[in-house]
Design a protein around this ligand. Structure first.
Ligand code: 6GU
Length: 247
């Protein structure tokens, strides 16, 4: 039983892209996960292979048609498929490690990549899609978002990371940014590694790291230290797929 990703996109040639190399690529070669990128355009029915149309109500850009997107999903997703359907869009809920953990623990994902101005909202709702954004900036399509989501999930699949890359202490596991890292040489261009790290006192090292983590989090991401509703995403008792909520 491996973890399976299906990506629906107008640009299937963008995949596997970076997911075919490094940790994710090796894990794919080892059969720990699979990726199928499917062209949404193959679900178009007219002779021009039309996938989009102008927005009702006017405005710029084009919108992916609900019938075409629905047919693309039907063709890609077998009856009874238990995988959640994730729509990558800048108007989605922000992607967090809590959601990544839950998706990684399941059977895989079906990822729909938006292009143009968007996707007709009726098919988004009719298919119960989870709308997810990877950050507060605008990308030209959901493909890079899908790659980010998949990379984050794949590294958590059992067997993908060795002890060397263990995810236990890293940023966001504890809602803190990581402490800084140092290696040899102990002095470089006159700059010494913090002495406590050379001391061999494990308890003092742990205390120093915790203090540095808290300081850098206060400085760069004070929002991580205060409660926000989205931090409940994925926690016990909280909904896996929250409805739209303010950022
Ligand atoms: Cl998932 N898609 C696009 N087009 N823009 C984004 C995004 C996704 N996440 C942040 N910006």
């Amino acid at each position: 039983m491996s973890w399976n990703a299906t990506v629906l996109t107008l640009f299937p040639g963008m995949f596997p892209g970076p997911l075919g190399t490094s940790l994710a690529g090796r894990a794919m070669d080892r059969g720990l996960w699979s990726l199928e990128a499917r062209d949404i355009r193959e679900a178009a029915t007219d002779r021009h292979r039309t996938v989009d149309d102008t927005p009702f109500g006017g405005g710029a850009g084009m919108v992916l048609r609900p019938d075409v997107v629905d047919a693309a999903i039907a063709a890609a997703v077998p009856e009874g498929d238990q995988r959640p359907l994730v729509f990558l869009t800048p108007r989605g809920v922000p992607l967090r490690q809590s959601l990544v953990r839950q998706l990684a623990a399941g059977p895989g994902v079906v990822a729909l990549c938006g292009r143009y101005e968007g996707v007709d909202q009726r098919v988004v709702e009719a298919r119960g899609m989870i709308e997810v954004s990877i950050g507060d900036y605008v990308l030209s399509g959901g493909e890079l978002g899908a790659m980010v989501l998949l990379d984050a999930c794949v590294r958590l699949i059992p067997g993908v990371m060795g002890a060397a890359e263990s995810a236990e202490e890293e940023s966001f596991s504890s809602n803190l940014l990581e402490y800084p890292h140092y290696t040899r040489p102990a002095e470089w261009r006159g700059l010494r590694v913090p002495e406590v790290l050379l001391s061999g006192h494990h308890a003092e090292v742990a205390r120093w790291r915790r203090e540095r983590s808290e300081a850098v989090t206060r400085e760069r991401r004070p929002d991580l230290l205060t409660h926000s509703p989205n931090q409940d995403q994925g926690r016990a008792g909280a909904p896996l797929y929250p409805a739209d909520s303010p950022a």
